[in-house]
Design a protein around this ligand. Sequence first.
Ligand code: MTE
Length: 303
Amino acid sequence: MAHRWTNDLTHDDVTPERAWLNRRQIIAAGGLAGLAATGLAPRATAAPEGLKPNTWEEITTYNNFYEFGTGKGDPAENAHMLTTSPWSITIDGLVDRPGDYSFEEVMEGMTVEERIYRFRCVEAWSMVIPWNGFELADLLDKVGVKAEARYVAFETALRPDEMPGVRFPVLDWPYVEGLRLDEARHPLTIMATGIYGRDIPNQNGAPIRLVVPWKYGFKSIKSIVRITLTEDEPPTSWNKANPREYGFYSNVNPEVDHPRWSQATERVIGSGLFARRQPTLMFNGYEEEVASLYEGMDLTENY
Ligand code: MTE
């Protein structure tokens, strides 16, 4: 891909979290001395104007991770039960080098950078999150994608002993998601392993989760254990649960309302007691970067 992404959102300069890298990545790189050599150099990114990231507290206590319960506070309360180390991801399907990759093997050769992204949940709330992660395209290149592959399927861990929420048939477990291959390869699509330079907390999808900032949050699947390259469009959890309300694409679109509520505006998390609402932006503000992916498509049909 030609261009590299430059953050258009700014950091709160007074934040104590300004550490940029997560410990686990530093360990994976062989300590601090190995950082420069592996391209894990901290990258300060600032834009003159923009939104401020939400606080660590907001990002880590108001979550959707139904494997740990459906309440917004349930993941923060229960996700500590998830064992995230050791961790491995099975990468299979239409790839040249299928296999079970340990977390450390996945990280090898990846360039971790900070991406300050808008995050818009389909429930019409939003945050700004400073992720640390690497481009999914780099991982796909590492395993080698076969020419016939057209989609990427993702799967979350399913561990009834560690996930109290999976006793309830809210969704057809395990949680699964999918992207078209060109969406997966887009430079904005990252695999996140950190927030504010710390290891990503369990409630946010440790040790590794997808982040696709121009799509509704449910596409950004957490705690991934399998990535499969396929020829056919893979099933996705929310679409299976309610196909009329949740499509495969799920691009943020203020003009296409959810059948039960408007998507024109969003509630800004952290904006106080009388929460501020702001207009929702087409493709969540990333129109310039991603609109070309959907040229000629009817976005009302392909919701
Ligand atoms: N991934 C899994 N495995 N299980 C989930 O319930 N919820 C999704 C998404 N990924 C979910 C998931 C939804 S609806 C949203 S809005 C985001 O995670 C929330 O991410 P956050 O808690 O890090 O803000």
